[in-house]
Write a protein that binds this ligand. Structure first.
Ligand code: BG6
Length: 516
């Protein structure tokens, strides 16, 4: 965790140094490398957070020279980096340590020649056998790459070189259900020990998500009321105004439940609901997150029918722009039943949260863009001001993950005047006002942590499997048509069934923004 979060963990990307290593990116000609990974490596270099001997090797199928790859990455940094254009001194220094290795992923020779090349790089740059493999390919290639790395002797920690380490970062999606996630885990663990595996969820790289732990455990006032005695319910929303943006082929195999809820929303949920960890280290924190997942009972078909909503956007307009129906998107079946919206209600059956509903929702083509978590506290007692018909609202603590990162507390206050009129007022903390606009990208933090060897912000095997177990039960009920696929208009907040889900419990979704 970061310097401020080190506490008794002893490890931190703020205090540990990044040792020289080789970052081998599989799928180096893909979008993620250009948009996120190289800009992140460049920004970390610019801020002197990486060793000046850090080397990048792009591994992909297409023939390309080192020079061509460097040029493409230079263009990518100029286009996608949060600081652009690139500082040419920083870039030229980094570019001299960028290489390209061409091979099909399924070709054993390509890994043997990679091994020879990495040894030469060790000689030249002093990287001492330290390797960070980044699987940025389609998930269908993950297994084959891992197997070949193992066969080429690139996975094991070298017993004769105490300084060497080998780590692998695996991108999402990690499996498509519990079974496939387990198979992939087993396959990875044949070559890499769990301590070498870094499963990524870029939400954990976001500053505000990391701040959830600080909010809860660096302040004395929240934890005493963070439980069923004081909390009425919790809402987690991740709304996106965009559609599937050319990713129809992938989305057809996923849907919002797998694409967003299984990972990003579940991560937010576990951070909000977990018990205080015994330390701020990777295992202590992830132990607590796993306990939350284990406390969520599996949905019966009947519960899935009552407590989940699935929707798909139809043709319409969003923000004044015409939107075609999801079914008309490229590489999407005209009869597709894939959801682009999901809402679920779940309970965490433990001492702290028993009986408190957690409502989660996420959708494409929503009215507003934004991710936030809000804790709705119990109403004031029904005497004095909170009398029948007074309409006195509950206190709500909202953590805005993005945009306008910050925290708001909604309260009831007296409007100035000669009569007592009670209105909603917000206490507002905005990140950019407090700290300026500097905010590293999620991938910067995550890459640095992996190089340092801090796995706190990565998903452990039991976490990914625990989350799939919950999602699988919903998917099964949906596959059996226990829940109708409801159409919704682009620019809305999803199908009316999602409002009914909360209305049935006498509640309503928050307007995004956490203010008034
Ligand atoms: C990705 C999903 O994991 O997260 C995308 O595959 C989604 O469908 C994206 O758009 C959202 O991330 P962010 O950081 O923009 O909220």
């Amino acid at each position: 965790m970061s310097e401020q979060l080190t506490g008794n963990s002893g490890k931190s990307s703020g205090t540990s140094t990044a040792q020289p290593c080789v970052i081998v990116i599989f799928g180096a000609t893909g979008d993620l490398t250009a948009r996120k990974l190289l800009p992140a490596i460049y920004n970390l270099s610019r801020e002197n957070l990486l060793s000046k001997s850090t080397v990048v090797v792009g591994f992909a199928r297409r023939p390309k020279t080192d020079e061509q790859f460097r040029q493409e990455m230079h263009d990518a940094v100029n286009q996608f980096s949060r600081c652009k254009p690139a500082d040419e001194t920083v870039w030229n220094d980094l570019a001299g340590r960028i290489y390209y290795h061409q091979s099909p992923f399924e070709n054993a020779d390509g890994y043997r020649s990679l091994a020879r090349r990495l040894e030469q790089i060790d000689q030249k740059h002093g990287t001492q056998g330290r390797r960070l493999y980044y699987l940025s390919t389609s998930p269908a290639e993950f297994g084959v790459i891992i197997d070949h790395l193992g066969d080429a002797g690139l996975g094991n920690i070298d017993p004769f070189n105490a300084r060497a380490w080998r780590r692998v970062i695996v991108e999402k999606p990690f499996g498509s259900n519990l079974d496939t996630a387990r198979q992939l885990n087993n396959r990875i663990n044949r070559t890499f020990d769990e301590s070498q595996v870094f499963r990524i969820d870029h939400y954990l790289g976001k500053q505000t998500v990391q701040n959830l732990l600080v909010l809860r455990f660096a302040n004395g006032i929240f934890e005493p009321i963070w439980n069923r005695r004081y909390v009425d319910h919790v809402q987690i929303t991740v709304g996106e105004t965009l559609g599937v943006e050319g990713r129809g082929g992938y989305f057809e195999t996923a849907g919002t439940l797998r694409d967003m809820v299984q990972n990003h929303l579940m991560q937010l949920l576990t951070l909000i609901a977990m018990e205080p960890p015994v330390a701020l280290d990777g295992d202590a924190i992830r132990d607590e997150k796993v306990r939350v997942l284990k406390s969520i009972p599996s949905y019966s078909t009947q519960q899935a029918a009552q407590w989940t909503v699935r929707g798909q956007y139809s043709q319409g307009e969003n923000k004044g722009m015409p939107v075609k129906a999801y079914r008309d998107e490229e590489r999407v079946s005209p009869q597709s039943t894939t959801e682009t919206y999901a809402a679920v209600k779940l309970y965490i059956n433990n001492w702290r949260w028993q009986g408190v509903p957690f409502y989660l929702r996420s959708g494409k083509q929503m009215k507003l863009q934004g991710s936030e978590v809000s804790i709705h506290f119990n109403s004031a007692p029904g005497v004095l001001f909170n009398t029948p018909g007074s309409g006195l609202a509950r206190n709500v603590l909202t953590v805005r993950v993005q945009p306008n990162e910050g925290i708001s507390l909604l309260m009831n206050a007296k409007r100035p005047g000669t009569v007592t009129q009670i209105v909603r007022a917000a206490m507002d903390f905005e990140y950019h006002e407090a700290f300026g606009s500097y905010s590293p990208e999620a991938y910067e933090r995550l890459l640095l942590d992996a190089i340092i060897g801090d796995s706190t912000l990565f998903i452990r095997r039991d976490e990914v499997e625990g989350s799939w177990a919950i999602i699988d039960a919903i998917e099964e009920a949906w596959a059996a048509n226990a829940v109708e696929l409801a159409p919704y208009a682009p620019g809305s907040w999803g199908p009316p069934q999602a409002d009914e889900l909360l209305a049935h419990d006498g509640r309503a979704w928050d307007p995004l923004g956490g203010r008034l």
